[in-house]
Write a protein that binds this ligand. Sequence first.
Ligand SMILES: Nc1nc2c(ncn2[C@@H]2O[C@H](COP(=O)(O)OP(=O)(O)O)[C@@H](O)[C@H]2O)c(=O)[nH]1
Ligand SMILES: [Mg+2]
Length: 352
Amino acid sequence: MKVGIIGFARSGKTTVFNSLTGARAEVGAFGSREANLAVLKVPDERIDRLAEIYTPKKITYAEFQFVDIAPDEAAGEEKALSSAALTALRQVEALVHVVRAFANENVMHPLGGVDAVRDCRSLEEEMQIDDLIIIERRLERMEKENKKDRQFELLGQCKAHIEAGKPLRTLELSAQEEKEIAGFCFLSRKPLLLLGNYGDEAIGKDDPAGLLAYAAETGQTLVELCGAMEMEVSQLPEDERAAFREELGLGEESRTRFLKSAYAMLGLISFLTAGEPEVRAWTIRKGTRAQDAAGVIHSDLARGFIRAEVTHYDDFVKAGSMAKAKEAGHLRLEGKDYIVQDGDIMLIRFNV
Ligand SMILES: Nc1nc2c(ncn2[C@@H]2O[C@H](COP(=O)(O)OP(=O)(O)O)[C@@H](O)[C@H]2O)c(=O)[nH]1
Ligand SMILES: [Mg+2]
């Protein structure tokens, strides 16, 4: 899962990037030209337990890849997204908007004062305008070529939706229609998670920046955290973190809260594979067929799919071993249309 971190200059994008991934990218950086890239391994007790049982050569957790796009000085700061950023973001599967909600006189906000809800609306507008430009350009060309097919109609529908002030992610489309516009990689159609970046003065207060109300009104998901403090804690030795969190009143680890919200919002689940060579978690969307899940492991497995041998993790752990789970009748043979469930341990039989 590839996630792009977006937001206005100095909203704390790099700070949040560091606190979620444990990276040490330069904060307050202006001269950096390179995007920051890091991977967040998804903690998973099931993988830990399977690794104890199988003692595999390799253990692989599910991963979120984060990209914190480099600021573009030439582009100015009134906009959150430069044209270079807009292009880079087309490749990501989901967006995290880091919204500044902290006060700090030494850190200037590009739009003047701190106003978290205004920032949310402005950034939505930027993405929608960019999508609209792409749509209008295409529609114009189609008109010229007199190509008024289904896509023409569909793009017209997208245009009307944006002109009504709404992001494309709230437009209901059939799976077929979704496929037809996928190639445009519309930014306002990508799942977006709001990440409120609060100062320590916000701890214990109820919705100090109005973001919770905004998220409720727009049907979005909000994760609240104190970026600067989280980043400090994330850079402490692991065994000291819990005590500091407690002392600072930070609550549950921000990574865990972020991941829970992200999985729920994106409709993600994990299936597992286990053996001597590797114990591994694979991330898929809810509702994925066994054959498509096999394709996440390797395209050969999807192409030559015969069947999946499936044991649910809970049954496996209760039984104690795969042999015992099988004896107890917990090993199922499933065909290509089986809908994979969270925690399924899968062995794909294939032939190419
Ligand atoms: N007080 C406070 N300052 C923060 C917080 N998050 C970021 N900052 C400061 O804001 C400035 C910009 O942060 P940075 O992460 O580089 O923002 P970016 O431009 O969005 O990547 C830095 O000076 C940070 O120390 C926060 O939660 N509280
Ligand atoms: Mg930065």
